[in-house]
Design a protein around this ligand. Sequence first.
Ligand SMILES: [Zn+2]
Length: 420
Amino acid sequence: MKKKIFISVVVFLLGLIGFSVFSYFHSFELKGKKTVEVALGKTYQEEGVQANLFFLPLRSLVRRTGTVDTEKVGTYEITYHLPFQTLKRTVIVKDKNAPVITLHGENPLTFSYGQPYVEEGFEALDDVDQDVTDRVKVTSHIDEKTPGTYEVVYEVTDTAQNQTSVTRTVTIVDDQAPTLELEGNDTIYISVGATYTEPGYHASDNYDGDVTSRVVVDSKVDIQTAGTYSIHYSVEDSFGNRAEKSRTVVVRKSDITYIRGILLVNKTHSLPSNYAPGENQEARNALTELQQAAAKQGYSLPLLSGYRSYSYQKTLYQNYVNRDGEEKANTYSAKPGQSEHQTGLAFDVGDLNSSFGRTPAGIWLKENAHLYGFIIRYPQGKESITGYAYEPWHVRYLGVSVATEVYQQGVTLEEYLGVA
Ligand SMILES: [Zn+2]
């Protein structure tokens, strides 16, 4: 009985010593980190544990429980068991992939100034959240009013806060040339020595607006030499788009005499029978102004005769010859082709009587006609130069600046033009 008790005590003591030795001299620890992060879809690498008793490996005694599904976001736990002891490791499967944005349409995109920017769309897909197109934030920096290069930025963030952004480069180009329009005819016929008057032009641009002032006119016209010339018009907008036009000017020899652009008609410089310009509108308007100014002063200057055709003058002259004889008729009437009235620039006003020049209306006309562009064409005492008797009623339109010069110099048109 005593022996049995003794054996029991010894076994108990040996067990106690064994457990104590195992407890104090073994090691059991995790290899790697206690918490491990794994990207979704990637492989989880199990690093295991270290288990020894002195130099004796105990790994075969370790049992592992718990699983990790790397195809599913979540927090997993792995437990390592050794008799009397356990270790735990946390494995977090995380979504680390940002969504992917796909742009529809062109990138980079170029379109013409004046057209609206049309968003061609996009889609965004995420490995966890699936379709996140409706979460995409679009920021456009486009200024449609100014040609240039701009960015449209597309941004999206998934539930796991992974963010991505894509940029579309948008260029607005002004590729439209200005519109250039010529007023008047494409071909202009003009007599040698006459004045070329530019009928005008107009240019506008879709971006710059009115660019008429930028039109460059290159004229090769030599008005003194008969020939066919071209006038070239060109205009460029702010982006280098050009528009060009040309006009042809035909300078023709003629029997008509122009000196410094002024048409001269007298007994030695006549007009051909086919010269029939009609009444000059500019001259007629100036005459109306003159008549109105005279009326304000109380003077009546009725129009007695204006434009006369070659054939009309022929009849008129013949009637005077028949009545007074050729020599007398020549002092006051012009032969056909030699009348200033055929130019459309001459008018008879007031009273067809040489005493008209002494009336207040006649004096007013003499002193003021130049202000409206007219001269008294056949002044008193200049008969030998003009070839005509004094006609205080006959005015010739020259335009205000030339008429004023002639008036101030106190000369006839022949003297002014150097042909007296
Ligand atoms: Zn007359």
